[in-house]
Design a protein around this ligand. Structure first.
Ligand SMILES: Cc1cc2nc3c(=O)[nH]c(=O)nc-3n(C[C@H](O)[C@H](O)[C@H](O)COP(=O)(O)OP(=O)(O)OC[C@H]3O[C@@H](n4cnc5c(N)ncnc54)[C@H](O)[C@@H]3O)c2cc1C
Length: 438
């Protein structure tokens, strides 16, 4: 029977359903919103970016740029909508979150081969072709069913950064500028701190009160790429200055010098009425967030549209459970996609949805799974998460470190990245053409 089910209408689920429909498969997409929301989701629409509105770099000679170029070749729904919901953010692809989600939802609702069902899936179906893409915050009932199927699931904590209103930023103590002059000036607002201001801020942040973690009583293990600022602050007085508050590539027009430290704010919506505190994910209690962040001079009167939060983030032990086509080894017809597989990030999740969608359709046609070449970022991510030799499995985002080295050594970093990108795009084009998935 030419039918499939996709559980979860996030980044991975919409791509899987879209792909299945493109391949002529009737697909039921099950999404629990708006009947039920995870602790991080707030919008009724599909493919909701829960935290940052940045889909990361567009430059092809960057790891995330390469992934995007490959996804465009594979007909990504999310990227088509992101292009329409785009807001300026230098070299990054940032979107108006509400508009983006609305566009994706409209496309899915208007696709005749997709039936969108708004309900909570309580368990993983026992038969039929199904892609589980319920995300890092899969509902409790479903998480329980997945846990039983997988013999346990891994968890870690992820954090979201606060958002401030544009009008509440004191622009006499901030300046618009993109790092290294890349992109439009207005994409970022920089809040500089001199040495004394920074030291006071750091000292307060390092001892500020943290909210208790609810679901687990064990010590949380954080994903390095999404480390709360207060945890970074505790690591040393300069950790922030070399991390989210790095001043490199910036010059304060008021002093003519590079500031001692900088908090960058990135436009959150098209109107530019909201700004996201870049890299400032936090789990401080709300009153402490206000007290400490008010110490940043440009934010001394800031109005917070959202304060930072932290949430459970669940992923399965993919190296032991999935193959590189994202099918569940122990049950034919079952696929996993998205953050729950241990790929990390919006675009990585979406790319894995494309892979699962293609392979679910191939299975229905009696074809062998499509394994993406390891030289592509898509293939390298799938290979990484399904590699049984990986120990202490942790989520992985796009990066050049997971690609095989170039055939001929290239010393210069920029030229090496360009070579990776050329090779990846070529391989992706070849494999999609060969397998008729263009
Ligand atoms: C707090 C937080 C902040 C994050 N910040 C970022 C960030 O800034 N940048 C970034 O790249 N990534 C971020 N991530 C990771 C982010 O979750 C992924 O990048 C991306 O959203 C994962 O896509 P997905 O499709 O796997 O899951 P999701 O996008 O979460 O989609 C899963 C969907 O499944 C639905 N669902 C869940 N259970 C059921 C059920 N039982 N039945 C039916 N539907 C169900 C949910 O409602 C949701 O719509 C963050 C994650 C969290 C938790």
């Amino acid at each position: 029977m030419n039918r499939a089910t996709v559980i979860g209408g996030g980044f991975a689920g919409v791509e899987a359903a879209w792909r299945l429909a493109r391949e002529g498969v009737r697909t039921t997409l099950i999404e629990m919103k708006p009947l039920k929301y995870s602790p991080a989701h707030t919008m009724p629409g599909l493919a909701e970016p829960v935290c940052s509105n940045s889909l990361k770099s567009q430059r092809t000679a960057s790891a995330s740029g390469l992934l995007k170029a490959e996804m465009r070749l594979a007909g990504s729904l999310c990227l088509a909508c992101a292009d329409l919901a785009r807001i300026p953010a230098g070299g990054a692809l940032a979107v108006d979150r509400a508009l983006f989600s609305r566009l994706v939802t409209e496309r899915i609702e208007n696709e005749p081969l997709i039936e969108l069902v708004r309900m909570e899936a309580l368990e993983v179906p026992k038969k039929g072709v199904c892609v589980v893409a319920a995300g890092p915050l899969a509902s409790d009932a479903l998480a329980l069913s997945i846990r039983a199927l997988c013999g346990g699931a891994l968890s870690f904590y992820d954090a979201a950064a606060p958002i401030v209103t544009a009008e509440s930023i004191d622009m006499s103590r901030a300046f618009p500028q993109s790092r290294y002059g890349r992109g439009e000036e207005s994409d970022y607002i920089n809040c500089p701190l001199n040495r004394e201001e920074y030291e006071r801020f750091h000292a307060a942040l390092a001892v500020a009160e943290v909210a208790p973690l609810r679901d687990f009583d064990r010590r949380p293990s954080y994903y390095e790429g999404c480390m709360p600022v207060e945890v970074l602050a505790k690591r040393g007085s300069d950790t922030l200055r070399f991390g989210p508050m790095k001043p490199i590539g910036l010059r304060d027009p008021a002093t003519g010098h590079r500031p001692w430290a900088v908090l960058q704010l990135r436009k959150e919506n098209l109107e530019g009425s909201l700004y996201n505190m870049v890299g400032f994910q936090t789990n401080l209690v709300f009153s402490e967030q206000k007290r400490v962040f008010f110490m940043i001079p440009a934010l001394s009167n800031a109005e917070f549209a959202r304060l930072g939060v932290m949430h459970r983030n669940t992923f399965i032990d993919s190296p032991r459970l999935l193959d590189s086509g994202l099918s569940f080894r122990a049950r034919e017809g079952l696929f996993f996609a998205g953050q729950i597989t241990g790929v990390e990030g919006y675009m990585e999740s979406a790319a894995s949805g494309i892979v699962a969608g293609i392979n679910a359709a191939r299975l229905l046609r009696g074809e062998t799974p499509l394994v993406f070449p390891p030289e592509t970022m898509t293939g390298a991510l799938c290979a990484y998460i399904s590699d049984p030799s990986v120990k202490d499995f942790q989520p992985m985002g796009a990066n050049f470190g997971i690609l095989p080295p170039p055939d001929l050594p290239v010393k210069d970093k920029q030229s090496r990245y360009e070579a990776y990108a050329r090779r990846g795009i070529e391989k992706m084009r070849e494999v999609l053409q060969l397998a008729n998935h263009c």
